[in-house]
Design a protein around this ligand. Sequence first.
Ligand SMILES: [Zn+2]
Ligand SMILES: [Zn+2]
Length: 409
Amino acid sequence: MSLVLKQVFNKDRTFEPGTPRIELQRTRTRSREAKLYFKQAVQLPQGKGLHDWVAVHVVHFFNRIKQIYGNISDSCTEQSCPVMSGGPKYEYHWQDDGKYKKPTALPAPKYMSLLMDWIEVQMNNEDIFPTNGTPFPKTFMQVAKKILSRLFRVFVHVYIHHFDRVSQMGAEAHVNTCYKHFYYFVTEFNLMNHKQLKPLVFNKDRTFRPKRKFEPGTQRFELHKKAQASLNAGLDLKQAVQLPHGEGLHDWVAVHVVDFFNRINLIYGTISDSCTEQSCPVMSGGPKYEYRWQDDGKYKRPTALPAPKYMSLLMDWIEVQINNEDIFPTNVGTPFPKTFMQVAKKILSRLFRVFVHVYIHHFDRVSHMGAEAHVNTCYKHFYYFVTEFNLTDHKELEPLKEMTSRMCH
Ligand SMILES: [Zn+2]
Ligand SMILES: [Zn+2]
């Protein structure tokens, strides 16, 4: 859930049917359902052994958490994280039967590598995780608990020290989903105690945190707040996109481009586990529209690429543009360059393609996560914005024309 949506939810109002608000409310209902979904999903199926159930989950969580850490590990170095910790309050010391007989403070990457290796050894030990129908040892639950509490520390470290990197990769929703699943599982079977879970007790507020590019106190930030405020006030989206009296068009566009980038990046992140080179070998919007990537680097000519590759190039490219002071100046006095609107248009057309791909190829996944209303609202906002200021060609909007005519009046 984006910060914007969260702010809306915190207000207690009645919502008119047909307004974006009512849809937001529906989103919340759905996310409650998603919570129920995990709570149910972790429950022991009838006729299944608890030990088997735990064993399967331990392996599953190990694989996913290892992958999550792998994704951000380039930002976790001996320099950035000289001691494995979860903020200043929690420091984790490593201990094992080998070299580290006494609890030892280690750099996070070293700690992680020992942790992953140690878990791997446990999971591959036939005496602990028997694969051939042999009964589980008496110590099994104890080992499982130890593995899970160590895996939990990976979450702690990633959330507290590397969430920016997670955001940057558009993987917040993925990590959050994995975390929720893990959390419901360990609490369902009492596999971790309250004290162990404490470092992330307040983490609920961090989930779905969007990236923020505006420094508080700057003029741009004020405008960004203004844009959000008009959304939160329950204004019709069509009205909310209109240029406020006395504001510059370029500033208004800049603020929206950044906001849309953050939100669309997050939306794609949410479904990205279902968008693979296998499922989407070419970036497209159904059989009629194929998108080719072109840039000033490796792809001088328009090139057909798998969707995830295309998306990653697209997001990186946008990030470079919006962080370029010459294009998106953050200093109040600095004027926008002459090419600004052209670049903004290009960014918005490319972002539109993300919508096209998500709507046409991954809407099942969006539904599954209960995020339809959220995506639809974001789409409508985007659509009203780009049409209000003529920022996208009609041709580009074509693939979603029918849906748009039903959704936006
Ligand atoms: Zn680290
Ligand atoms: Zn895809």
